[in-house]
Every structure is written in C-alpha cells, then in structure tokens.
Design a protein around this ligand. Sequence first.
Ligand code: 5RP
Length: 301
Amino acid sequence: MADIEGTHETKEFYLDVPAKNRAFFLKGSGALDWGLQNRLARIFSPASGKTVMLAIDHGYFQGPTTGLERVDVNIVPLAPYADALMLTRGILRSTIPSSCRNAIVLRASGGPSILKELSNEQIALDIEDAVRLNACAVAVQVFVGGEFETQSIHNLTRLVDAGNRYGVAVLGVTAVGKTLTRDAKYLRLACRICAELGAHVVKTYFCPEGFETVAASCPVPLVMAGGKKLPELDALKMASNAVEQGASGVDMGRNIFQSDAPTAMIQAVGKVVHEGLKPEHAYDFYQTLKNEKKVETLAGR
Ligand code: 5RP
C-alpha cells in the first residue's frame, strides 16, 4: 500500500491561470502526434527552430568516400557539434557510440551503387529497426524526373505510412541526377511533391535564384543539402543565404567533413544556422578555431 501519511490536505489549482495551448514551433507540423513532434524537436533546436544535421550516409552508394574512410576517427569527434546525424544503420551500430546525444536520421532507401542507375532504389530499412535504434527520422531519396521516379515516390509514401504509425518522421531527399537541373522551378516541383505525399521534412539543394520560392511553397520544414565541396567561405555564404531565405537549417556532408578543419567548420556552420552570424564573421571564427588547433598540434597537445 502507498504510504499516505503526511499527505498535504491543502491544494492549489490555480483557478485563475488558464491552461496554455502551445503552438508547435515548426512550420506545417502543428497537427502531428506528440511522439512525432518530440522527435522533430530533437532534430530541430526549439530555441532557434533550426538544425545542423551532419550527413555521413554517402557510403550507402559510394563506399568509403573521401573524409569517410574512418568514421570512428574523422566523424565521431564532430558529433557533439551537430544537432542530428544522418547515416546508415550499419555505421550507426558499428561505429557511433550509443551514448551520443544526437538525433538520429537513418538512411532508409538504397540499392544501386554508383556503378548503376541511382534512381532504382528501394526501401532498405524496416521501420521497427528504426524504432529499435531510437531514430527520430528516416530518410528516403526521391528522384522526381528520374528513370525510377514512381518507384522512389512509392518508397516515400510507404515510409510515411510506417513513420506515421510509429511516430517517426520522414525526411524526403530530393535527388538531382546527371540530367536533372537544380533551378528553382525544378526544386519547387520536387520539394512540393515530397511534402504533398507526406514527408515531414524535405531536404533539397540551394539555388542562387529563387530559393525563397522553393522554401515558401514547401509547407513543411526544408533543410539545405550541402553538395560538392566548396571553399569554406562560399559554403558558409550558401548556408546563410538558405537560412535567410526560409530554410530551417542544413544537412551538410562534404562541406564539413572534407574541410581543411572539419571541427572548426561544423562550429562555424552552427554559428550561421543557429545564431544568424554573417558568413564573413563565421569564416573568421572558423579561421581562429583552425589556427588554435594548429598551435595545439604543433605543441603536441
Ligand atoms: C545523398 C544524400 C546525402 O546525405 C547528402 O547529399 C550528402 O551531403 P552532401 O551533399 O552535403 O555531401 O542525401 O543523396
């Protein structure tokens, strides 16, 4: 029997304080269930409404690409500076410490390697394994205009059904193949299709002209993909422009892990995304951290 001795008789019900109805902080996500919102609030910082997601899933079709040869050596030290890690379940189980605090976004589509037609993907992960791995979201590539367009969209819709059943978010990733353009007209089409078909978050590339229309016409949070390696200042400018024009953060890979100083770069990206620091100032911050590291290395620390 519960010990009820000493229970206070006086109670305070705050009758003059109306219960608060809090709106969820992410665009287009107010009608989602508690578990889904809670998982999204682990990917996106409730303070800034933004995310720095570190994409390291390239191996699922490219093998050990430059910078990802040894995830244990090169990537694990970056994790504390990322809100979320986007990766495969193989790398997660084999290499990422289970004590990590990051939100996990699991790659859930795959099949062809770089030697074959990339749009020929299928679902490559059971939603129950995503739940077992405490994933906040699963990511699926959508090849609008690609050879296997319908199949990739079917992958998305199957995962959305499974994700809604278990409260796991789905990140629709708009792929751009060799023949697909990256202009605003194409990106608006691809992003909107992902959102209309149920993606909770959409990832897409930045385009210099009209990105704000891509973000505005996507009813759910949009995160910017990094793309090929750029000089650090250019990558910071791109991230800054994307966020200023409506992106809810970034999902960057090569521009972080292929940087001359990845730990400095991910922190500089964080300054741009979460604090709105101007890219030139974030670049100074990057240089300072990079030089400090150089001094430490020379001193053998
Ligand atoms: C593959 C992906 C990757 O996660 C992403 O594109 C890689 O990031 P980056 O382009 O910044 O290296 O979604 O299609």
